[in-house]
Design a protein around this ligand. Structure first.
Ligand SMILES: Cc1cc2nc3c(=O)[nH]c(=O)nc-3n(C[C@H](O)[C@H](O)[C@H](O)COP(=O)(O)O)c2cc1C
Length: 185
């Protein structure tokens, strides 16, 4: 059985470590998992109920459609000021207002990379909280926290080179494949 997973990076930065980690996932995933990247949330306006009243933006519809069509989601995000980056939170806020809310009963795994040593733990707990309100099914463990990201990726190519991180990601994606299969069954 093929498991279709959509990946979301919480960073819009060109040389983002989180986007680099997201790019590493296909090489570390089990054979049964097919990964595709979600459309960007870059174009979404700031959430405003007045804008919503005149129709959901196309960027929101496209993002939600990608989530709905997936068997599972992997969110790879930085931590900003101990919490969820505004752009990612804005995207969650937009899709949360849709009928047929796309995260409902959707398996989600979370990973984070930061420059500091804690690897985004505080952001992950806030993201878990928001996703739980959206009735997503968030994988418990294994967790993936990539601290001191500048030491784990090649400075030029941004290729993930840290073996311990590769193993942590491989372990999580393996567990996530089983989790998704269980939810689908
Ligand atoms: C607005 C802002 C807030 C930040 N807050 C935190 C933080 O709370 N914890 C942390 O570990 N790093 C924090 N950082 C540093 C990020 O971990 C670092 O910039 C990281 O590279 C961002 O992820 P990216 O490379 O995927 O863009 C912050 C960075 C920015 C720009």
């Amino acid at each position: 059985m093929t498991i279709n997973v959509v990946t979301i990076s919480g960073s819009l930065r060109k040389s983002s470590y989180n986007t680099a980690l997201m790019h590493a996932l296909p090489g570390l995933a089990p054979d049964s998992m097919r990964l595709t990247e979600a459309p960007t949330f870059r174009e979404m306006p700031l959430y405003n109920a007045d804008v919503q009243a005149s129709g959901f933006p196309q960027s929101v519809i496209a993002f939600a459609d990608a989530i709905r069509s997936a068997d599972g989601i992997v969110i790879v995000s930085p931590e900003y000021n101990w919490t969820i980056p505004g752009g990612l939170k804005n995207a969650l806020d937009w899709v949360s207002r849709l009928e047929n809310q796309p995260f409902k009963e959707k398996p989600v795994a979370i990973q984070s990379a930061t420059g500091g040593p804690l690897g985004g733990a505080r952001m992950q707990y806030h993201l878990r909280m928001a996703l739980t309100f959206l009735n997503a099914f968030v994988l418990g463990t294994p967790e993936v926290f990539v601290g001191l990201a500048q030491t784990k990726f090649d400075g030029q190519s941004l290729e993930l080179k840290d073996e311990a991180t590769k193993k942590a990601v491989t372990d999580q994606l393996g567990a996530f494949a089983k989790f998704v299969a269980r939810v689908k069954a």
